[in-house]
Write a protein that binds this ligand. Sequence first.
Ligand SMILES: Cc1cc2nc3c(=O)[nH]c(=O)nc-3n(C[C@H](O)[C@H](O)[C@H](O)COP(=O)(O)OP(=O)(O)OC[C@H]3O[C@@H](n4cnc5c(N)ncnc54)[C@H](O)[C@@H]3O)c2cc1C
Length: 330
Amino acid sequence: MRPFAYVKPADAAEAVRVAAEPGARFLGGGTNLVDLMREGIERPDTVVDVTGLPFDTVDELPGGGLRIGALVRNSALAADHRVRTRYPMVSQALLSGASAQLRNMATVGGNLLQRTRCPYFYDHASACNKRSPGAGCDALDGFNRGTAILGVSESCVAAHPSDLCVALAALDAVVEVQGPDGTRRVPMAGFHQLPGDTPDVETALAPGDLVTAVELPAAPVAANSRYRKVRDRASYAFALVSVAAALEVRDGTVTDVRLALGGVAPKPWRATQAERLLVGGPADETAFRRAAEAELAEATTRQGNAFKPRLAVATITATLRDLNGGVTAR
Ligand SMILES: Cc1cc2nc3c(=O)[nH]c(=O)nc-3n(C[C@H](O)[C@H](O)[C@H](O)COP(=O)(O)OP(=O)(O)OC[C@H]3O[C@@H](n4cnc5c(N)ncnc54)[C@H](O)[C@@H]3O)c2cc1C
């Protein structure tokens, strides 16, 4: 590992000031950044350790939402009784990720900013536009079982790896950011960027921008919610396809639904088309499947991931069916 300076700032303003300098990186739990430094993919001049900052609580918001500090550990958030009862999909998403030891270290802010697990991003001998802009993309015709099928470009097909972010996207979470010009709020929908021809630009953050919290708005529908993750092993693996879903049904009609997908796109994918088709329609298996098929209609597959659209349709359908009390037809 290359030598670097280590700074542990006393407050957020100092953290932002130091991190705005070129070559600086924030350190949360370190479970992703330190790996990337060991691999020589991240080569920071200065590591800004933010774990001493007072962003480690989950607080009530007026109106029934929650404000989650960026330094809350993934395991603590998954165990929070308000999260478990009001937003079960968030707790389930967290518990489906990594291992208990990693979740004890990993922070909410770091989870939002974790980098892709595309193998070509990690391999210096391979072409990767995300790691070296303009180099090309060996994943296009390489081992692409885990890569994305929605929102991709010819420059990059890397999938976003986070489970938590899929649930946050479904719930219209808002990211609170403190930067050199003050504090601002960024909706999850615009926080992660699609690759286009600049896959190295992954988020709406600029140098020095520190994630301080994530706000979960009140969402009564989320009490009936689920996170379902399909992967090659039963645990300790990233998603091939995942679904964060919440469903409210009255008299057989869908009155509210939230749907987001993981493992299929370069960002947590809010399934807005499927949601639009479902609201006001019948809560049955046929409608669930049609909505899922419409969402996946524009998927671009490659040799290794041609199975993903069917897997995604089946997973969405099954998750909504479970949330509908297992009812397959009326
Ligand atoms: C073996 C393994 C398996 C895993 N499996 C899964 C999985 O199945 N699902 C899943 O979702 N995740 C998985 N993870 C990823 C894990 O969840 C992330 O490593 C973790 O969430 C990152 O959090 P951290 O606090 O350790 O981030 P760090 O490693 O500290 O930082 C990650 C990035 O975020 C930046 N950063 C950190 N905090 C802030 C902040 N407050 N503001 C701005 N930038 C910040 C850092 O500069 C860095 O670029 C796995 C990781 C490993 C090692």
